[in-house]
Design a protein around this ligand. Structure first.
Ligand SMILES: *Cc1c(COP(=O)(O)O)cnc(C)c1O
Length: 362
């Protein structure tokens, strides 16, 4: 069986460093907001060439905390792509605001900038710009639009650690960005973890307050915040893994290049725009009768996945009548996408077997 993903392979590769890191934290006696967390915040901000990184419990919290820090809540609207992971819409609801969905564009699965105008009104406060699958969305167009309409832009870079748009890393382009370090992400912890990144000093301090009970110092509370923090253990693991991120991303890209060169053209392959660097969080192909292909691959011992099987306005918490007509590109994507294994530790032999099976099928 070729698994869709296997986290154990990576652990084995860097086991010594990870085990040493966890032993040091465990014997050090500080488990929250200590040396490892501060070191990771500095290193990750430096990696992205951003001014501030504030760690928190997970990527979904990160979105919620930024929206709160911006004062977004009841009566406000936030633009969210119709096709993304559920967190983006969830976090908007959690702060009491309303997610307003916009259809995506077909090439890179980001918000279609041409479809923004009809969804914006005086209640609109922000756009959540998701860089899906490891490729930058059309962030320049979104930023231009936001400037013109006085909106804030939050980049969701949870799937795009190390991806580039022009000469900048994603996560350094909007008013703020969020990252998730969920274990399967390009930079993954060994549990839940997340971060907020921004150049805005005021926002950074507010975010830090909200994520830690509104305390600028212990037992001094200046606002009602919440508890969303990264553990020392997770930060220690991430400090080890950040050193390997470029290498892991290169391995993903090598698998993707091999697929791009060798898969037949009956299936639609992922595109990379001229000035972007794709980090292939997912390698997503498009085919008619996707479910048949998925089943065929399964019968031939190849694991695949569907990210995602439905546009958000087709799901129970965000349901809208006539969602298929209103979001045709998102709907078509959800019906035709299939993610192939592209994790860094996939062997070349496995990638060859996958190509052979797929080409046999076509
Ligand atoms: C994983 C993910 C998140 C949420 O991150 P968690 O750490 O799982 O809460 C948000 N947005 C996107 C696009 C993601 O892929």
């Amino acid at each position: 069986m070729i698994p869709f993903f296997d986290l154990k392979r990576q652990y084995k590769l860097i086991q010594d460093e990870l085990d040493t890191a966890s032993r040091e934290v465990n014997t050090g006696g500080i488990y929250i907001s200590g040396y490892e967390v501060h070191r990771f915040e500095r290193s990750f901000a430096e990696y992205l060439k951003a001014k501030h990184c504030i760690t928190c419990g997970n990527g979904t919290d990160a979105i919620e905390i930024v929206l709160k820090a911006w004062g977004i809540g009841s009566g406000d609207e936030v633009i969210v792509p119709a096709f993304t992971w559920v967190s983006d819409a969830e976090a908007v609801l959690t702060v009491g605001a309303t997610p307003v969905f916009v259809d995506i564009e077909d090439e890179y699965y980001g918000i279609d900038p041409h479809k923004l105008k009809e969804k914006v009104n005086e209640k609109t406060k922000a756009i959540i710009a998701v860089h899906l699958f490891g490729h930058a969305c059309k962030i320049k167009e979104l930023m231009d639009f936001a400037k013109k309409h006085d909106l804030l832009v939050l980049e969701d870079a949870a799937q795009s650690h190390g991806a580039m748009a022009g000469d900048k890393k994603v996560g350094s382009l909007g008013n703020a960005a969020i990252f998730s370090f969920y274990p399967t992400k390009n930079l993954g912890a060994y549990g839940d973890a997340g971060a907020i990144v921004t150049d805005d000093e005021m926002l950074a301090s507010k975010v830090r307050l909200i994520a830690n009970h509104g305390q600028p110092e212990r037992d001094h509370h200046v606002l009602a915040g919440r508890n969303s923090r990264m553990d020392e253990l997770q930060a220690a693991f991430l400090n080890v893994k950040l050193k390997f991120l470029e290498d892991f991303n290169n391995r993903r890209r090598a698998h993707a290049d091999f697929y791009n060169e060798n898969l037949k053209d009956q299936l639609i392959k992922p595109k990379t725009s001229d000035h972007a660097r794709h980090v292939y969080h997912q390698y997503v192909i498009r085919v008619e009768e996707r479910d048949l292909l998925k089943q065929y691959l399964e019968e031939n011992s190849i694991g695949t996945a569907i990210h995602y099987p439905a546009p958000l306005p087709a799901t129970i918490p965000f349901y809208e009548e006539k969602w298929a007509e209103k979001y045709p590109v998102a709907t078509n994507a959800s019906e035709t996408i299939l993610s192939l294994p592209v994790f860094p530790e996939l062997s070349h032999q496995e990638a060859e077997n996958i190509v052979n099976e797929l080409n046999k099928y076509f």
